[in-house]
Design a protein around this ligand. Structure first.
Ligand code: ADP
Length: 273
């Protein structure tokens, strides 16, 4: 009889522990979703007045202004835009983390997409005296995917490469291997910049994390770009990997596996170009 009581006690203790674990899991899930909701709401609430501040400051800039006033108004516009970019990143991250679908599936030209990013970033590279080169095959088949989100990832990778490269070059290489209706895409962004220490390399993908606090203050940025980019890449069935060697440069590789558009679906691209 004593043994039966002992076993029953063990079972009830086990059940209690299980219930406790389930409660803790539920609490963690609730906290995560509350955080996501909070960030999304805050971002919306901040965006509206911030847009008004920027809009009004832009209006003021038109008027006759003394030089120091013009400088002040320019600072308002620039700071407002920087704040808005941060807010947009936070909102984007909150959406991605809550599992809200953000990826569109439409036919697009990957050549035009990568080429467009090069054109966009070229002045930034030139201003720093950095050689921005692209190695792209011209005969890419039309693919199905989210061109805007792909552009966002590439602008982040190329922007970082330029930002963390004091001199030398940034090279963007596009490779594409087709097997039937699927194209394995690999885009490398390779720089000759300051590089990242080995023990910091995986952490650059964490939110609000930068490789080096001191560098960060010097370079600015939120530390959200790579977090968002990797989440987006994974939403697209791909990933981003990084290799780096301090003092020599970094190599960020985006891999995606995208469906090749059939002729019927490809027509909008032909019409657009
Ligand atoms: P942010 O650029 O806004 O700080 P990211 O998430 O894009 O945020 O990057 C996180 C950190 O990773 C950067 O602050 C930087 O320390 C490091 N990093 C990213 N790309 C590079 C690169 N190409 N070369 C050196 N460091 C990099």
């Amino acid at each position: 009889h004593a043994m039966t009581i002992g076993v029953e006690r063990d079972i009830s203790a086990m059940k209690e522990r299980e219930a406790e674990l389930a409660r803790a899991r539920q609490a963690a899930e609730d906290a995560a979703s509350a955080k996501t909701r909070f960030l999304a709401t805050m971002s919306h609430e901040i965006r509206t007045p911030m847009n008004a501040v920027i809009g009004m400051a832009e209006l003021l800039r038109e008027g006759p202004l003394a030089l120091d006033q013009l400088h002040a108004v320019d600072t308002i516009v620039d700071s407002g835009r920087a704040l808005l970019a941060i807010i947009n990143d936070i909102l984007d991250l909150a959406r991605l983390q809550s599992g809200t679908p953000v990826i569109r599936k439409e036919p697009f030209s990957i050549f035009a997409c990568v080429n467009g990013v090069i054109d966009l970033m070229e002045p930034l590279a030139r201003a720093k005296g950095i050689d921005l080169a692209a190695d792209l095959p011209v005969d890419t088949p039309p693919l199905i995917g989210d061109e805007g989100r792909l552009r966002q990832i590439l602008v982040n990778l190329v922007g970082n490469a330029i930002k963390f490269t004091p001199s030398g070059s940034v090279r963007v290489a596009l490779g594409l291997r087709r097997t039937g209706d699927i194209a394995q895409v690999e885009i490398g962004v390779i720089d000759t910049g300051i590089g990242i220490a080995e023990d910091r390399l995986e952490h650059v993908f964490d939110s609000f994390t930068q490789a080096d606090g001191e560098i960060t203050r010097r370079f600015g940025g939120t530390g959200l770009g790579l977090t968002i980019s990797r989440l987006l890449a994974r939403e697209m069935g791909g990933d981003i990997a990084a290799r780096s060697s301090p003092g020599a440069g970094s190599d960020f590789r985006l891999t995606l596996s995208l469906a090749v558009a059939q002729n019927r679906e490809a027509r909008p691209i032909a019409a657009a170009t």
